[in-house]
Design a protein around this ligand. Structure first.
Ligand SMILES: C[S@@+](CC[C@H](N)C(=O)[O-])C[C@H]1O[C@@H](n2cnc3c(N)ncnc32)[C@H](O)[C@@H]1O
Length: 418
């Protein structure tokens, strides 16, 4: 740790901590504005900012009410990272060094549950209200403190998984097949991938294994009509398009013009020609009504709290609240009901989120099924077994977690129109 890195971390934290913009956006902007920072400085800055965000509830507890950003940084290095304090003498005065020594002796086991789980109180309250016990809160909170692996999805329209792995190895990038997704590779370390010709030519996309499994659950096949209702920048659209081998029609709906425009370069790389991006005003847009009853499968990757991605986006736990989850719940129910109208007789409806809160997941599905007896829940375990995916799951729906599956915390329920 040197003074340049320390000052940069402090600057970035001052822009991130009001939580008015995503931390990764603030960080990218900072690096763009400071092009002279070297790769090692950037890595140290990013790791410390994200580490501090992950552990913030603990740091606030350890430092007390009157503390500020520098106190949290001292506590982070001393009590969480347990750095050799000598490393910090170039930056901190004697008073701060005394503080650092005191933080080193913090007893986390004496802290309240939310602090031990490194989650804000509202998240813990929501989890307890949703049926989590204390052990599950702790296990989930702690699992979300790890950094996430780097997963790729081979674009089988262009190249199968094994040759992608071989080509990457030839470039010095090691990877292993992901345990569940038939298209996934888990890369060692965090090498830059966007400069590779293999990437530019569309042989792979970066995509968490859990996200790949959501696409798999649509059961998309050649020649079908499929809708990705909340397509965003198209992570799952691209996977579904490859399953369809670029045949049939794949509608990519979203209300965000910006996100859909981010899909365009990815689509160009992918080689897919069956995707129809469609900007809609809301889930009740007339474009939806015209396609009612026509789709073989509809994926609803609903807007959600994103709590299942805390390994990648630790600031989300401060940017969401009990109130925002309630608002999301109403949106999720409305989107699911509207999207369901697209599904044809015998067709499949997949409801998914990247959250671990049952209020955003199973409760939305149960309420939908209660009001739509023409849909039946399908056991995800049977579908996955047919695809030869051996995944330990507790029920008919898929709830993935970093601790059990090594993926982000995705949820999916599959329903069929009878
Ligand atoms: C979880 S993100 C989708 C991520 C995307 N499927 C992917 O794999 O990259 C949820 C998306 O829902 C979109 N959305 C929000 N409200 C919507 C609505 N009423 N109808 C359709 N999409 C909506 C958001 O713009 C956002 O892109």
């Amino acid at each position: 740790m040197n003074k340049t890195q320390f000052d940069a971390i402090l600057d970035v934290l001052h822009t991130v901590l009001p939580f008015t913009a995503p931390a990764d956006v603030c960080l990218s902007r900072y690096f763009k504005d400071h092009p002279k920072l070297g790769a090692r400085d950037r890595a140290e800055i990013a790791e410390t900012v994200f580490g501090l965000l992950r552990h913030l509830p603990r740091l606030k507890w350890a430092c007390g009410d009157k503390a500020g950003v520098i106190d949290w940084m001292v506590a982070y290095w001393a009590a969480v990272e347990k750095r050799n304090l000598k490393e910090l003498t170039a930056i901190f005065d004697a008073r701060r060094m005394e503080q650092a020594k005191a933080y080193k002796a913090v007893r986390w086991d004496e802290a309240p549950l939310a602090v031990r789980a490194a989650l804000p109180q509202w998240t813990v309250d929501a989890m307890l209200a949703d049926g989590f016990d204390e052990a599950a809160v702790l296990e989930t909170g702690r699992a979300m403190l790890q950094s996430a692996p780097l997963d790729l999805r081979a674009n089988t329209l262009k190249m199968k998984r094994e040759p992608v792995q071989t080509e990457l190895a030839a470039q010095g990038i090691e990877s292993v097949p992901t345990p569940f997704s038939p298209w996934g590779l888990r890369v060692t370390g965090k090498p830059g991938l966007s400069r590779l010709t293999l990437f530019k030519e569309g042989a792979f996309e970066v995509q968490d294994e859990g996200s790949q499994l959501l696409a798999l659950l649509t059961g998309a096949r050649r020649g079908q009509m499929i809708a990705d209702f909340c397509a965003g920048a198209g992570g799952k659209t691209l996977a579904i398009g490859a399953m369809m081998q670029s045949s049939g029609s794949l509608y990519a709906f979203d209300i965000s013009e910006k996100r859909l425009s981010n899909l365009k370069p990815r689509l160009a790389r992918s080689g897919l020609s069956n995707v129809r991006p469609q900007l809609i005003a809301s889930e009740n847009d007339t474009k939806i009504k015209r396609l009612a009853g026509k789709m073989d499968a509809v994926l609803v990757d609903a807007p959600c709290s994103g709590l299942g991605t805390l390994r990648r986006n630790p600031d989300l736990k401060y940017r969401q609240s009990a109130q925002s989850v309630v608002e999301l719940n109403a949106k999720q129910a409305s989107i699911l009901a509207s999207a369901s109208r697209l599904v044809k007789q015998g067709g499949r409806l997949v409801y998914a989120t990247c959250s671990f809160l049952p209020s955003e997941n199973r409760k939305i599905v149960d309420a939908f099924l209660a009001g739509h007896p023409e849909f039946q829940l399908v056991d995800v375990r049977e579908l996955l077994a047919k695809d030869k995916v051996e995944l330990a799951l507790d029920g008919e729906c898929m709830q993935l977690s970093p601790m059990q599956h090594g993926t982000d915390g995705f949820f999916a329920a599959v329903m069929q129109r009878t």
